[in-house]
Design a protein around this ligand. Sequence first.
Ligand SMILES: *Cc1c(COP(=O)(O)O)cnc(C)c1O
Length: 404
Amino acid sequence: MNIYADHAATTKTSRAAIDAMVDCMENCYGNPSSLYSVGQQAKTALENAREKVAKILNCDPKEITFTSGGSEADNQAIRSAAYLGAKKGKKHIISTAFEHHAVLHTLKKLEQEGFTVTLLDVHKEGIVSAKEVADAIREDTALVTVMYANNEIGTIQPIAEIGKICRERGVLFHTDAVQAIGHISVDVQRDAVDMLSLSAHKFHGPKGVGVLYARKGILLTNLIEGGAQERGKRAGTENVPGIVGMTAALEEAAKHLEEHRKHLIPLRNRLISGLSKIEYSELNGDPENRLPGNVNFCFEGIEGESLLLLLDDLGIQASSGSACTSGSLDPSHVLLAIGRLHEVAHGSLRLSLGEDITEEEIDYIIESVRSVVERLRAMSPFWRDLINGKRPHVFKQYQTQLLQ
Ligand SMILES: *Cc1c(COP(=O)(O)O)cnc(C)c1O
C-alpha cells in the first residue's frame, strides 16, 4: 500500500491544473504586457483567472495580486500594513505564537525596524481567543495577523469574530489562509478580512504561485521592484501558466469542498479514535474544530524522525513537528505553543489526508503506527525508564476523550 498523508506540506498537482497549464504554455505563451495577439491572449487568460479567483474569495478582481506563493503574500501583506500604520504613528502588531514562519520571521524583522509585536497564546486547544485579540488592541495597533487554520495541528481560528472586532476598532486584519483555502469555506466579506494569503500547491495547484488579497484602498508596499505588472505592486512577468493552473485547481476544490469535507471528517475521526488507543499518546489540538484532513499526535518515548522513516518503509508518507533533520534539535514551535513539553513534542506525527483516502487505508495507517510505535519503544532506553518508573509519564495511559 502507498498512502501519501502529507497534504499540509504539499499536494499532487491535479489533472485539471496540469491540463490548464499545458494548454496555456502551448497556446498563451506571449507576454501579457505585449500588444500583439499572442500577448493579449495571455493577458486575457491572466485576467480571466483573476476574475475567477476573486469570485471564489468573494471580492473584486482588482483586489487580487498574484505572487510566487504563500510566503511572499504573507511578507507583502504584513510589511504593507506595518508601513501604513507607521505613517500614522502606529507601530504595534498583534499575532499568535503558532503562525507559519513566513509570518513570524517577517514580524521578527519588523521588530528590528522598531515595531512592537504581541504574540497571543493559543492555549492547549490550539485556538486563539477573539476576546484576547480585542483586549490586546491598543491605540497604536496597526495590524492583527492570525492564521485561518494551523498548518501543523489543523486547528481553525475564529476568523470572522476577529475580523468583526478589527473592523469595529479600525485595525487592519490579515489572515494566512494557506491551509484553509480549498478545504473549508472562506469568504473575505463574511469574515471581514482586509488581507489574505493563499498558495496554490496546498490545494492541488502548482508550486510557486499564490495570491495576496488586499481590500480596495490598502496601499501595498512592493517587495519586488521593476515593471508595472500587478498594478505596479509586484514586478516581474506574470507566471501565467502557474496562475491558470492554480485557478483550475481552486475552482475544482471550491466545487467539491462540501463533498470532500463530508467524506473526510468521519475518516479523520476514525483515525483519531484509533490512534488514541495507543497507550501514552495524545491528540494535538482541538478534536473537532480542526481541518477535515488533519490528525496530529504526540507519543511518549518516541523520536518523530524514526517514526517517519519506519512509516515510509510501510508506504506511508507523513510528517513530524520535530526538525532534527535540519540539524536543529528544537521541537516544533507550534507544539510548544500549545504547551507540549520538549520530550513529547519530539515524538509527534502529523498525518494530513487527501480527499480520496479510504476507510481501509485509515485502518492500515492505524495498524502501521501502532506497530511502529511498539517497535521503537521496545528499543528505547528512554521508554524503559518510563515504564520502570524512573521517569514520570507525561500522558495518562489512555486518552479519556475518545471520539465515536
Ligand atoms: C505552506 C504554507 C505557507 C507557505 O506557502 P508557500 O507557497 O509554500 O510559500 C504559508 N503559510 C502556511 C500556513 C502554509 O501552510
